[in-house]
Design a binder for this molecule. Sequence first.
Ligand SMILES: [Zn+2]
Ligand SMILES: [Zn+2]
Length: 338
Amino acid sequence: MKTARFAGGKKVVLEEKSTLVAGEGQVVVAVKSCGLCGSERENYLNGYIHHQGHEVAGVVTQVGPGVTNVRPGDRVVVYLTSFCGDCVYCQQGLTTMCLNYPEKVNLGWAYPGGFAEYLVTDAQNALPLAEELSFEDGVLLLDTLGTPFHGLRLARAEEAGTALVIGCGTVGLGTVLILKALGVKQVYATDLSPLRLAMARELGAVPLKVPETPVLDFVREKTEGGVDLAVEAVGSPATLVQAVKAVRFGGVVLGLGEQPDDFALTIDLEMRLKDLIMIRSWYFPVKEYFENMQLMKGGFFANKDKLVTARFPLEELQTACDLFYEGKTGGKVLINFP
Ligand SMILES: [Zn+2]
Ligand SMILES: [Zn+2]
C-alpha cells in the first residue's frame, strides 16, 4: 500500500508498505480523507515523531478476532485517544478522562497514521459516521469542530454575549464557527495572517489585524470592560496573557492552543483581581462526537464547508504541507483518497 512519511527538513517521502492485517480487537480502515493539523508542524520540520495524520475518516475493510462494534464496509472516523472502555468515565462516554490510560494519547493508536491508503487501529477507536455525512464532514467532526466544541461546552459559551478568539488556525476558525452557531452576538478574532482573518470574517467574526489593532484597547472599548469569553488557540504565553487581559471581571478564559514546549504563566495583580474562570481543555470525549454528529446532520454547523480550503491526493502531500505549514492557505487542508 502507498504511504507517506515526514522525513524531516520539510520533506515528505512516499513509501510502499506491506499490507496490514487486523489483529485481535483491531480493524483495518481504508483512509478516505485525512486532515493536516497544526500540531504536526513538528513532524513536518523535524521528521516523524509519533504518528502522522490523525484526523481520519474512511471505510472498515477488515476486522480482527473479537471485534463486534463495526463490520467491513462501515463508514467510520478514527478517534485519536486510547481508552479502556470499562472504567467509570469510559462507561459514560467520557473517554478523555479514562483512568487506565494516563498517557491519553497512546502513540501506537493507528499504524501508520492517516497519510496512507490503509491504517490499523483498535476497533473501539473506529466510530460510526452517519450515511448523510461525507468523509470530509467526518474529518471536520474531529479536531476542527470536536476539539473547540468540547472546550466551549465547558466554558458555557452559549451564555456569552461577546467573545474574542485569539489565533485563527483551524481550531480557532472552528471556534468562530461554533460561537456564531451558538448565537454569540459579537465575536472578535485576531491573527497575524490576513488569509485566516478573511476566513474568520466569512464565518461571522469581526477581524482584528494584529499588531496594527491594539486588540485589548479595542475590545475593552467595544464591550463592557472586556469580553465574556476569550479563547486562546495559539498555545503561547503571550496570547494566553492577552486572553486573560481581554476578559471582563468574572469572564471565562479557554485555553485550546498547543505548542510542543511547556510554558509558565505569570499572574499579575490585574489578573489576580479579576475573579475569572480559566479552563484548559484538550480533544473531546466520544460522547460528544455522537452529539456533534447529530448536530451536523441537523445543519447546526451551517458554514462547515467554508473551513476546507484545499484538497490533494496522497501523492501531493508535499505540496499540501508546504501550502498549509507555510500559511499559504487560510483553512483546513485535506488529503483525499479515491
Ligand atoms: Zn489535529
Ligand atoms: Zn477507561
